[in-house]
Write a protein that binds this ligand. Structure first.
Ligand code: EPZ
Length: 419
């Protein structure tokens, strides 16, 4: 397994560019299942989760052709209804095949995604919504088996604004008979990007980005072209890389509104942010100050930036508090930060962080995608050398992160495992 080695202490300077959003690309690629006609998706990040999704779609019978950041898909001849365990277990977002397969073919058999490092990750709200649209849903032998000759429009009130749950139900409703109104839905920008793509294909959707989305079912969708929105989690990660190293970094393609209250919190810590045509310029001339953060559904502080923010808190002056309200197990990066000298006390969903003057480099282990990003930021600021193992977690959602950070002054390199 590859490792990443970082020598800390170099402030980042220059311009780093954000790629396409993984969490928008995944539902948009899955939406190809909804009908024939060529779909051309551009600005797709070349990350492992996207490769896994294209493998799943090809297995289901979609014609998939990937050329760099462009993926072409044609789904006239989808034959299989099954998303198998050995693929789904490598990427939970495979659950996004459920809604499209069911509404297109009348049946779907998708392996339960199961838990992961950050929590149990149930999908009960996905299944409850599909059942309310008339699907017969059984869960047995680790598989979700759903059937419906044709889904019917329904009013669905979500108990929690689940992101992929919202996406599954929107896609299922596109071909249902009648109108579906989804209430208390997730408002993450990736959902608006998915809806924009579906509307280009002929879907009738209103309310994207608000907490109520209405979909009027149509009989079929056509092909369409789409450019995937910039990855706001990658953007936020770069903003915090500039903040923690005390450099002068411009993050190109960063959309301020997409980052919830990250900017407010970062500025509270004493970081200077300036928006201009190129993107967002990040500078810090004084020590970081402590802050209190609580992760919330959008437009609150993104849980996907929680580990990265904890790296900043570790070296801020004063005592910070991080409260993780979305996932019950998302503090696996804490013991690794503690190995680097961080002073953190975890109490349930709260982590109390007493800032220290400097972290020290150490061998650490990545546990999940965003925890690995938090360890990279810590390594960039630490005194001495940090080596991060299990970087396959990082490769699931960040494209060439070490190259991008290296190009703006980070002393960071990938050590390829000799096969
Ligand atoms: C999406 O996951 C993202 N993944 C996650 O990003 C992100 O952290 C998460 O949303 C929250 O913003 C993709 O978009 C592919 P949820 P998702 O359903 O949809 C509970 C990354 O690093 N819940 O919004 O799986 C659940 O237990 C990944 O890119 C139910 O109880 O998250 C959790 O506590 C990590 N029942 C909360 O909702 C359900 O049926 C949020 O989950 C569904 C969810």
């Amino acid at each position: 397994m590859d490792q990443i080695r970082i020598i800390g202490g170099s402030p980042l300077h220059g311009v780093v560019e954000v790629g396409g959003a993984k969490n928008a690309a995944l539902p948009i690629l899955a939406a190809s299942l909804l009908g024939g006609g060529e779909c051309i998706i551009d600005h797709v990040p070349q990350v492992r989760d996207v490769i896994t999704m294209t493998k799943l779609l090809a297995l289901l019978g979609v014609e998939v052709q990937a050329e760099g950041e462009r993926v072409m898909l044609e789904a006239s001849n989808v034959q299989s209804i099954e998303a198998p365990y050995d693929l789904v277990k490598t990427m939970r977002a495979s659950i996004l095949a459920l809604g499209p397969l069911l509404t297109r073919l009348g049946e779907a058999k998708v392996s339960l995604p199961g838990g992961c490092a950050i929590g149990t990750r149930p999908v009960n709200l996905h299944l409850k919504g599909l059942a309310m649209m008339g699907a017969e849903v059984r869960v047995e032998h680790g598989y979700i088996h759903a059937k419906a000759s044709r889904l019917k429009g329904a009013r669905i009130d979500l108990d929690f604004p689940t992101v992929t749950g919202t996406e599954n139900l929107i896609m299922a409703a596109c071909l249902a008979k009648g109108t579906t109104s989804l209430h208390h839905v997730a408002r993450e920008p990736e959902i608006a990007d998915l809806c924009a793509f579906l509307v280009k294909r002929g879907a009738k959707i209103s309310g994207a980005g608000t907490d109520t989305i209405t979909i009027e079912g149509v009989s079929e969708l056509q092909g369409a072209k789409h450019w995937v929105m910039p990855d706001r989690v990658e953007a936020g990660t770069f903003v915090m890389a500039g903040a923690i190293t005390g450099g002068d970094l411009t993050v190109k393609g960063c959309v301020t509104d997409h980052l919830g209250n990250l900017f407010t919190k970062i500025q509270e810590m004493g970081v200077k942010l300036a928006e201009h045509a190129e993107g967002v310029r990040v500078r810090r001339t004084a020590p970081l100050q402590a802050v209190e953060v609580k992760t919330l559904p959008y437009p609150g502080f993104p849980t996907d930036l929680q580990a990265q923010m904890m790296a900043l808190m570790s070296v801020a002056e004063g005592t910070s508090v991080m409260t993780e309200t979305i996932f019950e197990g998302r503090f696996l990066h804490v013991p690794e930060l503690q190995r680097m000298g961080a002073s953190i006390e975890v109490d349930g969903p709260h982590a109390v962080v007493k800032g220290i003057s400097a972290l020290t480099g150490a061998p650490v282990m990545a546990s999940d995608l965003r925890a690995s990003a938090g360890l990279v930021l810590a390594g960039l600021a630490a005194e001495g050398e940090t080596t991060i193992s299990r970087v396959y977690h990082l490769d699931r959602g960040y494209e060439r992160l070490e190259e991008k950070l290296g190009a703006v002054g980070g002393q960071i390199q990938r050590i390829r495992e000799v096969a």
